[in-house]
Design a protein around this ligand. Structure first.
Ligand SMILES: *[C@@H]1O[C@H](CO)[C@@H](O)[C@H](O)[C@H]1NC(C)=O
Ligand SMILES: *[C@@H]1O[C@H](CO)[C@@H](O)[C@H](O)[C@H]1NC(C)=O
Ligand SMILES: *[C@@H]1O[C@H](CO)[C@@H](O)[C@H](O)[C@H]1NC(C)=O
Ligand SMILES: *[C@@H]1O[C@H](CO)[C@@H](O)[C@H](O)[C@H]1NC(C)=O
Ligand SMILES: *[C@@H]1O[C@H](CO)[C@@H](O)[C@H](O)[C@H]1NC(C)=O
Ligand SMILES: *[C@@H]1O[C@H](CO)[C@@H](O)[C@H](O)[C@H]1NC(C)=O
Ligand SMILES: *[C@@H]1O[C@H](CO)[C@@H](O)[C@H](O)[C@H]1NC(C)=O
Ligand SMILES: *[C@@H]1O[C@H](CO)[C@@H](O)[C@H](O)[C@H]1NC(C)=O
Ligand SMILES: *[C@@H]1O[C@H](CO)[C@@H](O)[C@H](O)[C@H]1NC(C)=O
Ligand SMILES: *[C@@H]1O[C@H](CO)[C@@H](O)[C@H](O)[C@H]1NC(C)=O
Length: 429
């Protein structure tokens, strides 16, 4: 139904009632439900479009209110929600929203949550979410492809959620003076990030900033882009990064957690991680066949590394030299041998997962020097010989999993009960 046509403005003007209907094209009633402390305190029919939301809400109530709109609201105007007292949360999920006029959310203290997800927003204009001090702003699942610089100017909140939109690039001024704890930009089509784009993010509190950019098309960990001393977590899983360069993390001095799962890395070169404070590193599901000598040297805090589903052929005891403790997940590679002294460099391995490799040969002194181990997973390899002596001197806290190998039971029969007591799991015997 189309009402506005420049030829017949006059006709429309005389049909005020029809005009009202035009604002709700699908003719479903647009309602405004008012919640307070998890119960609906009132339901109003919003007639006359979004600019009348405020008229439908009781202004005299002293309770903290949630406005939940159901139906269709295509545009939010500057005065749509003005002056509603004690507005705590605005819930505008799936209402067909296409436009928000800058100024709509001005002066709405004590607003905490602004949920505008699953709508049809395409462009967010400069000044739309400015000077707000809230908790959560969700713009997830819209069609946003343009964020104008200054759209979030001086916005302070815990999480800004922009997942599942259509962003392909983000300009430098978009996050100007934004204070937050978590910025989620996953599942867009982002390939271009302007240098300095994250430089003006500030932490909302002492927690630091977590930046999530998984499922995008980012090709480089560019230090001009990833430049903020307060960022402590970065998730770049499922992007298109194929090479890491020495110095890529130089401008993220406080990074403690980096997720590079499902990229296209072939190598872990020296000079990328070795001076970082990273504690948790995920390099799984890449095509890594080489970890350069010294690549992880000096990573004093590293204690958890995922490097499963790669193409490593050898286990090298020097990878983790200097570390005091490590949990390593290296399953689904092509490692064939566990050589002499494989674990001598680290004082304590809390978990070693080498399942689904090609291990057939374990040297007598493979586990020498290892004092304590929480769990060892060697399942689904090609091990034929297992000697009781291998782990004799190691204190095993949980279990050793040897399922899916071809270990002859007769050879270890004698010690089998002792092994079981130690937590060994076999599939036969
Ligand atoms: C609030 O205003 C409505 C009318 O707008 C009235 O019926 C109601 O009693 C008022 N409540 C309070 C608490 O003043
Ligand atoms: C909001 O309230 C102020 C003062 O209380 C008033 O001047 C202004 O007209 C109101 N705005 C709207 C859109 O109702
Ligand atoms: C930033 O926003 C806060 C409200 O969160 C406001 O008090 C402050 O004046 C704003 N700063 C500027 C420079 O506008
Ligand atoms: C933002 O709101 C919190 C409470 O939610 C308050 O402690 C803080 O001072 C506010 N910040 C500004 C700049 O108004
Ligand atoms: C990776 O991202 C693409 C979109 O960029 C998506 O289609 C795919 O399902 C994602 N893969 C995984 C394993 O999440
Ligand atoms: C980040 O690192 C700098 C030194 O590079 C330090 O001064 C600052 O306090 C750190 N910030 C956080 C949040 O750890
Ligand atoms: C890395 O991200 C993927 C999803 O993108 C997640 O499944 C995985 O658990 C993350 N790794 C770590 C160590 O948190
Ligand atoms: C890290 O690698 C770089 C480049 O090879 C080297 O200059 C630097 O000394 C190394 N740092 C540590 C802590 O090993
Ligand atoms: C195990 O490896 C050693 C040398 O690395 C080799 O001499 C030996 O033949 C191998 N044993 C098996 C059973 O493959
Ligand atoms: C298992 O090992 C035995 C000899 O110990 C060998 O005859 C058999 O072919 C092996 N099975 C597989 C599936 O490798």
């Amino acid at each position: 139904m189309k009402c506005f046509s420049n030829k017949i403005v006059f006709v429309c003007f005389s049909l005020v009632l029809t005009l009202t209907l035009c604002n709700h094209e699908n003719s479903a009633t647009t309602t405004c439900r008012l919640w307070s402390a998890r119960r609906i305190i009132a339901t109003f029919t919003v007639t006359g479009g979004a600019d009348k939301i405020k008229d439908s809400c009781p202004r005299n109530s002293t309770e903290k209110k949630t406005i939940e709109i159901r139906g269709t609201i295509k545009t939010l105007y500057e005065d749509s929600v003005k002056n509603i007292t004690n507005l705590f949360k605005i819930d505008l999920v799936k209402v067909g929203l296409e436009k928000i006029q800058p100024g709509t959310f001005k002066d709405l203290s004590p607003l905490m949550d602004l949920i505008i997800q699953e709508n049809k927003l395409k462009t967010l204009k400069t000044g739309t979410f400015v000077n707000l001090n809230v908790s959560f702003l969700s713009l997830r699942r819209n069609f946003i492809s343009v964020l104008q610089p200054g759209v979030f100017q001086n916005l302070s909140l815990y999480q800004l959620a922009l997942e599942e939109n259509r962003l392909t690039k983000i300009a430098k001024g978009v996050f100007q003076d934004v204070s937050l704890t978590r910025l989620s930009l996953d599942q867009n089509g982002i390939s271009r990030l302007e240098p300095g784009v994250f430089a003006s993010l500030h932490p909302k509190n002492e927690e630091g900033i977590s930046l999530s950019l998984s499922d995008n098309k980012i090709e480089r960990l560019d230090p001009q882009v990833f430049d903020n001393k307060d960022i402590d977590h970065v998730n770049l899983g499922n992007n298109s990064i194929s090479i890491l360069h020495p110095g890529d993390l130089n401008n993220l001095p406080n990074l403690t957690r980096l997720n590079l799962t499902r990229n296209r890395l072939k190598e872990v070169p020296e000079g990328v991680f070795n001076a970082s404070k990273i504690v948790i590193l995920d390099l799984s599901h890449n095509q890594i066949s080489v970890i350069a000598n010294g690549a992880l040297d000096g990573m004093k805090g590293l204690w958890y590394i995922r490097i499963h589903h790669n193409q490593l052929k050898e286990w090298d005891s020097r990878w983790f030299r200097g570390l005091s403790m490590i949990k390593i997940f290296a399953s689904n590679n092509y490692i064939e041998t566990i050589p002499e002294g494989s674990f001598v460099e680290v004082q304590e391995y809390t978990a070693v997962d080498l399942a689904h490799n090609q291990i057939r040969n374990i040297s007598d002194g493979a586990f020498a020097g290892l004092k304590r181990l929480r769990s060892l997973d060697l399942s689904y390899n090609k091990i034929r010989k297992w000697k009781i002596e291998f782990l004799e001197k190691v204190m095993i806290q949980e279990n050793v999993d040897l399922r899916g190998n071809n270990i002859s039971c007769s050879e270890i029969e004698s010690g089998i009960q002792q092994l079981r007591n130690q937590g060994f799991i076999f599939d036969k015997c």
